[in-house]
Design a protein around this ligand. Structure first.
Ligand SMILES: Nc1ncnc2c1ncn2[C@@H]1O[C@H](COP(=O)(O)OP(=O)(O)O)[C@@H](O)[C@H]1O
Ligand SMILES: [Mg+2]
Length: 264
C-alpha cells in the first residue's frame, strides 16, 4: 500500500495536476485509488468531477476520529467503465478555518489524518494520493504524517531550488519525529517544463542542486490543463494532441511512486 503526499509550499506549481495525472494513470492500470484533497481551494475535487461533495475530509480533521476515513469517502465523477474510477475524500471551504483551529489543540493535531487512515479495520486502497495545499501549515503537516512517501512538485523557474530546499527540511524534521522514519522522498517532479532555453537552464539548476533526485520531467502541454478543466482523466482525452505523451509522463511518475512507496 502506498500513501503519497504531493507537496510544495508554493501555489501554481502543479501539485493538483500531478495528483490528477497519477490518479488517471492508476485508473488506467486498474489500481483502486483514493484521492484526499487537503486544499481548501478544492481543485482536485472538481478536477475529479465532484462538484457538490456530500462528505469531505474536514469530517476527520475537526476532531480525532481514529479509523474514520470511511466517513469522508465518496465517488468521483470520472468515467467508471472498468470500475476503477478513483474515490475522493473531498475538500471544502471549511478547511481554511480548520487550519488555524488545529493549531490550538494542546496535544498537537498533526496526526489527525494519519489516525483516520490508520488501523487494520480501516478500508485501505492500494494507492492513496494526498493533494496538499500551498503552505507549510498544519494541513500539509497532516498530509506528511499520514503518508509513507512524498513527491515534491516544482516548476523549473527562479527560486525553485530554494523552495525545494525549504520543503526538504520540513520533510527531514517529520522523518525525525516518526518511528518509521517516513515519509520517504520519492523525488522531485519537475512539472510544466517548456521547450525554452530558460526552462532548460532552471531544470539543469535543479538537477545540479539535487543530483539523482529529479524524476523524468512533465512537459507543459495544453492537453494537461484541458483535462483538468474538463474534469476528465488525461488518459481519456483521446486523440487530442499531446495526450498520449502527457499520459506516458504521468505513467513514469506513477512507476516511481509505486516502487518507492511499496518499499522496493
Ligand atoms: N504540465 C502542465 N501543462 C500545462 N498546464 C499545466 C501543467 N501543470 C500545471 N498546469 C496548469 O497550471 C495551473 C496550476 O496548476 P495546479 O496543479 O493547480 O498547481 P498547484 O496545485 O500546485 O497550485 C493550472 O491551471 C494547471 O492546469
Ligand atoms: Mg493545488
Amino acid at each position: 500500500m502506498t500513501t503519497v503526499a504531493i507537496v510544495n509550499q508554493k501555489g501554481g506549481v502543479g501539485k493538483t495536476t500531478v495528483a490528477l495525472g497519477l490518479a488517471s494513470s492508476a485508473a488506467n492500470r486498474g489500481i483502486k485509488t483514493l484521492v484526499i484533497d487537503l486544499d481548501p481551494q478544492g481543485n482536485a475535487t472538481t478536477g475529479l468531477g465532484l462538484f457538490e461533495p456530500t462528505r469531505g475530509i474536514d469530517t476527520v480533521l475537526q476532531e480525532e476520529r481514529p479509523e474514520g476515513i470511511h466517513l469522508a469517502i465518496e465517488e468521483s465523477g470520472w468515467p467508471n467503465e472498468n470500475g476503477f474510477a478513483p474515490l475522493v475524500a473531498a475538500s471544502s471551504p471549511d478547511l481554511a478555518i480548520r487550519e488555524p483551529q488545529l493549531a490550538t489543540d494542546p496535544l498537537g493535531a498533526q496526526e489527525r489524518l494519519s489516525s483516520a487512515l490508520g488501523g487494520q479495520n480501516t478500508i485501505q486502497y492500494p494507492l492513496q494520493i494526498i493533494d496538499c495545499p500551498p503552505s507549510l501549515g498544519l494541513l500539509t503537516i497532516n498530509g506528511l504524517f499520514a503518508s509513507n512517501c512524498v513527491l515534491l512538485v516544482t516548476e523549473p523557474g527562479a527560486w525553485a531550488v530554494d523552495g525545494v530546499a525549504r520543503m526538504l527540511q520540513t520533510i527531514d524534521r517529520i522523518q525525525a519525529r516518526r518511528i518509521e522514519r517516513e515519509p520517504k522522498l520519492i523525488g522531485i517532479a519537475v512539472n510544466r517544463l517548456a521547450r525554452t532555453r530558460d526552462a532548460r537552464y532552471w531544470h539543469e539548476q535543479l538537477q545540479d542542486a539535487y543530483p539523482g533526485k529529479c524524476l523524468p520531467p512533465i512537459h507543459q502541454r495544453a492537453a494537461v490543463s484541458e483535462a483538468a478543466a474538463q474534469s476528465m482523466p488525461i488518459h481519456a482525452l483521446g486523440k487530442r494532441p499531446g495526450t498520449a505523451e502527457a499520459s506516458a509522463e504521468f505513467d513514469k511518475i506513477l512507476d516511481s511512486v509505486l516502487i518507492g512507496g511499496n518499499g522496493e
